[in-house]
Design a binder for this molecule. Sequence first.
Ligand code: UN1
Length: 509
Amino acid sequence: MNLDFLQELGLKADNDGTSTGQTSHHNSAEHIASYSPVDGKLIGKASVTTKDQYEAVIQTAQTAFKHWRTVPAPQRGEIVRQYGDALRQHKDALGRLVSYEMGKSLQEGWGEVQEMIDICDFAVGLSRQLYGLTMHSERPMHRMYEQWHPLGIVGIISAFNFPVAVWSWNSMIALVCGDVTVWKPSEKAPMCGIACQNIWAKVAKDNDLPEGISSLVNGDYKIGEYMTKDGRVPLVSATGSTRMGKIVAQTVGARLGKSLLELGGNNAIIITETADMDLVLTGALFGAVGTCGQRCTSTRRLIVHESRYNEVRDKLKAAYGQLRIGDPLDTNNHVGPLIDKDSVNTYLKAIESIKAEGGKTVVDGGVLEGPGYESGCYVKPCFFEVKADSKMAQHETFAPILYIMPYSTLEEAIEIQNSVPQGLSSAIMTTNMRESELFLSTAGSDCGIANVNIGTSGAEIGGAFGGEKETGGGRESGSDSWKAYMRRQTNTINYSTTLPLAQGIKFDL
Ligand code: UN1
């Protein structure tokens, strides 16, 4: 395999893992070795951030914040614009690294870098639009308005499945808001973090920026814990499992810090009587097997009207038969590997449980062996007929396992779709306006994302991204998600010569 892209991204065999911008800290005894799920080979090592290094990072970030918050927002936007341009230059290489380290298809690797570029563009525009409202004061010759100030250090904990894009959604927005960021990438994809930081280092140098505006730390949950417990980090934005999110929320909450959580999903597509079958097949197939079922927005459940049930099941079964599984950097393949062998075991155990629960196999799973599959991480996307209330269908397994179940009334379908603990993404396939409107109404989907005639995955960066219930309630990326990265200040100004009290209170001496 041609690994020239590693060099282009400044990745050496024994890599650094802690950086405050242009300065890296090398003297760590502990390393995380990153092995590619594509071919099982070692990509490189990231040094684990020590407590002392963490301390240095935070202190540097605190100093940087004092400067960065005074830089006018449009000028901060200009830096983010340059970062977006640098990403355009390295899109091919970074997309390849994402694909090689994480295992998603090269198309999706490039797509992820495109999301980063797009969020940079979005943040540049936003840098001139961090608007506050003005209000009418109830007192004469008074003015009231609100303004948005940066919070300070934003801690970002990201997951392996979107090893670069999710960081950029958080950091590019936070940076134009005037915050400084400290990023702990997933320990399953540390090289991606180092590559993004190397690209940042060049932009920082070209602009003579101080150290500490965008920093990188590396390690497992213990390093994350440094941030969640640290009162100097006013916001921790965490993407990952519900299990992790509950710990983050409680730890940050115990010190009354803010957390922004984007956790698991259990996303369903409701396929109605009038659904357009071409859209159903593309939406469901990409949703279920794309990224090897490792998106928070992956389609886990199909809730199908009884009149179309056999048709959907059989056509989808035929489509599964066409899937090419293999090296994700080969653009002829649709599905790459799972992230690691732990994940393969979780997938196998889930399939066992589904069968033990009485789930009926439509397309069976299994681990692929032989040439090209040496890493042991390639599995077959599979799907099962289950009862709506089956235990496994309540649960998010981060793998290409799909459940299919019938319904008779739309109210019943919506109830099934909402009956799970998670609430991230949802979709309806229908050509009936009444059905789509009911699905989008207050009595419809309870998810943060509800789509009509597209699948559950592949959200655009322009919208607010996130969900309800065990998904954590946070919103990242577009719309007004930026408000989570700032503090709102209400200002009342008296330009009269008297001091009338609010609510008409008299307080004369
Ligand atoms: C995630 O899986 O954590 O909607 C993010 C999507 C992508 C983002 C997914 N734009 O599938």
